[in-house]
Design a protein around this ligand. Sequence first.
Ligand code: NAD
Ligand code: MG
Length: 390
Amino acid sequence: MRRVSIFGATGSIGQNTIDLIARDPDAYDVVALTGARNVEQLAKDARRLNADVAVTADDTQLDHLRELLAGSGVDAAAGQAALHEAAQRPVDWFMSAIVGAAGLAPSLNALQQGATLALANKESLVCAGSLMLATAQGHNARILPVDSEHSAVFQGLVGEDMDAVERVIITASGGAFRDWPIEKLQDATLAQASSHPNWDMGQRITIDSASMFNKAMELIETKEYFGVAPSRIEVLVHPESMIHALVGFHDGALMAHVGPPDMRHAIGYALHWPERKTLPVERLDLAQIGALTFRAPDTVRWPALRLAREVMERGGLSGAVFNAAKEAALDGFIDGHLKFTAMADVVDAVLTGMDGHGGHIDDKMTLDNVAHVDHLARIAARAEIKKRAG
Ligand code: NAD
Ligand code: MG
């Protein structure tokens, strides 16, 4: 039996992971499941999968979680210390699917114990790519990508020599506002930004898809995972979301990864790697689909892509600043304090403002320093949001 933990078990990726694991219960020994607010779901899954422990990040929910788990044999725990303790329980496979920078510490804990890390939490690589890779190397741990594009690139590289790679192309659906007139974007509402044409995901990544901040993060993620120079990484708008990424080689060949927009493929690939096992995803009928379309990304419509390029060139802790400013701006938009298009303005202003004396972007990449610039960037972002609201 393989010991597995799922951090962020109640979210979209977490639930898809549980769907796969629950189909073959005898193959897995579930150690820890974690969530935040939705403790009912957490308790239900912890009972069903007979987990050792269920942890909620929200410590006001501990009593409620305990009641829900009474008599089940599953331990209940809450708060940051409990999450930290649970992330250190030995496992073979660890799903990191918390949303946001809060996912970084558990990702590192998983690597420190030498587990295979299935990494959905892209923020871990955006904020602390070199720290993640060094930690993996230092503990003989492996990181397997659970982002559709990066899983696609990873699969396209099997048996290939990185020296033969000329470019990596990640595709983008274009999100909710792909075809909107640019001048209408500033009036986009939360409800409009929260619905994705192709993928069913958590609310934050769905809005990030509409603003292209998700793709911006994925550019940085690509650079960190595969060590590809930024100038060799391209974004291609592909409205159908069937091709997830392409790897281009020196001989002119492009290897495309084609599949339905269903995260259970990338999760399942990481779960069974290096084998391939049958997965419950739709089989594409390309004759039925008929045509796939592509277009160049519009950097006026999506300034997030330009910001990501600046971060890739800047290096240091600029990724952590970028991510924290983006998270704060997203909160501002969700709370109604910021217009949709102003999110990129806030991130731009914070990156510029912190790129100098006292910005700490050139500090050594440690977890503490990442947390420090994250904290400073959120303060700066809130000030920028206030300026724009007032
Ligand atoms: P989600 O919002 O559906 O779920 C997030 C999970 O994190 C929930 O279990 C929630 O309880 C938990 N959580 C939230 N804040 C927390 C905190 N401060 N501390 C501890 N736990 C917290 O998100 P999602 O769509 O499943 O995305 C999860 C991660 O996977 C994100 O990093 C996202 O970018 C990435 N990802 C998601 C998809 C997708 O299809 N949903 C695809 C690729 C990558
Ligand atoms: Mg993706």
